[in-house]
Write a protein that binds this ligand. Structure first.
Ligand code: HSE
Length: 371
């Protein structure tokens, strides 16, 4: 049967990437679509199959409720406002959401189908209707290493993250580039002059970083030529909320009865749209490295194995190399000096693709009977 799908928040960064992917994969063929807006009701929507319809009102519960499936990338405040009203009005359709608001609800499933397809199928059989994309860092980490987790080898994981500006939002991404431009302007000419002492160039940069002239409205601190070891708000136990999500969301996605301990430090760095993570994995026993490699590589078709050489690492295991791709690069894999059960790895994934839009796109396809 032809399903009808409403899209909300398709113009923002994650929504725009989702729409690009849907169109690239021709996912909207044979689907009745309607595009909603919170601010531009009545204006022309995107061109789908050569047709451009006016935008419907994203706060109009009755209009929303006409659809079998709603897909939202509008953000948490929208979800908080509209989802309860829709359900209270008796709407029994499928809600697919990129925001974190509903992730930990009992009636929600965090979707990452290459890792938890069986959980998704069980939830569909049980009649659950809320399917939520996971935190980007968690989804990217799990796609990279679920091969080891699935073997039952992993006792705990420490994740040290290097998260891109895109995870903070579109305006923050722009602020990072503005900061780079300001630094270039302040010290670029001096830096290009080989005769200029480098410490004088550094001094100019540091002065700018500490001055009120640097654009920091969005991040609240310099990110270019620096980093920010804090993401999201504080939890009571000293973790940030991003660090807390690492543990709870991982375990919810995996459907673990006994929790797998996951913790670390989440750090914002000056990458554009790829999150990187340095992992320490404590295994339950000494597994030979070739078996570790084989399990990682076999986990899913997106894992891109990078041999632990300088040449391969700088070529393929960087945000610059992975940006805009569906590859989940993993490399620098080796046993650590801490002992034979300790494995380290470095992984890089696109925060907007597998980190946000792709699990949502694939969930839509599952509901459309194509996944
Ligand atoms: N919270 C993530 C970040 C992005 O700030 O990078 C969304 O999962």
């Amino acid at each position: 049967m032809n399903k009808s799908v409403g899209f909300i928040g398709w113009r923002g960064m994650v929504g725009a990437v989702l729409l690009q992917r849907l169109q690239a994969e021709n996912d909207l063929a044979g689907v009745t679509t309607r595009f909603f807006s919170t601010s531009q009701v009545g204006e022309p929507g995107p061109v789908i199959d050569g047709v451009q319809a006016p935008l419907a009102d994203a706060r109009d519960v009755q209009a929303l409720a006409e659809h079998d499936i709603l897909v939202t990338c509008q953000g948490g405040d929208y979800t908080k406002d509209v989802h309860p009203r829709l359900r209270a009005a008796g709407w029994n359709g499928y809600w697919i959401d990129a925001a974190s608001t509903l992730r930990m609800e009992d009636r929600s499933v965090i979707v990452l189908d290459p890792v938890n397809r069986s959980l998704i199928d069980e939830a569909l059989e049980k009649g659950l209707k809320d399917f939520i994309g996971g935190n980007c860092t968690v989804s990217l980490m799990l796609l990279a290493i679920h091969g080891l987790i699935d073997q039952g080898w992993v006792e705990w994981i420490s994740t040290m993250t290097y998260q891109s500006a895109s995870g903070a939002g579109a305006a923050q991404m722009k602020e990072l580039v503005v900061q780079m431009a300001q630094i270039g302007q302040a010290a670029g000419v001096a830096a290009a002059d080989l005769r200029q002492p480098v410490l004088e160039v550094e001094q100019q940069v540091t002065e700018l970083l500490r001055s009120a002239d640097l654009a920091t409205d969005k991040f609240g601190a310099p990110l270019a030529a620096s980093l920010i070891p804090w993401i999201d708000r504080a939890m009571d136990n000293g973790q940030t909320r991003e660090e807390w999500k690492g543990g709870v969301e991982t375990n919810k996605i995996l459907g673990r009865a006994t929790p797998l301990p996951v913790d670390g430090q989440c750090v914002r760095v000056g990458a554009m749209r790829c999150h990187s993570q340095g992992l320490t994995l404590k295994l339950k026993q000494d597994i030979p490295l070739d078996e570790v490699e084989a399990a990682l590589r076999a986990a899913n078709e997106w894992v891109h194995w990078v041999p632990n050489t300088k040449e391969d690492t700088v070529r393929a295991l960087t945000p610059a190399a992975v940006s805009g791709r569906l590859d989940i690069a993993i490399g620098r894999v080796r046993k650590m000096a801490l002992g034979p059960e300790y494995v380290t790895a470095f992984t890089v994934g696109d925060q907007l693709l597998w980190g946000a839009a792709e699990p949502v796109r694939r969930m839509l396809n599952i509901l459309l009977g194509r996944g």
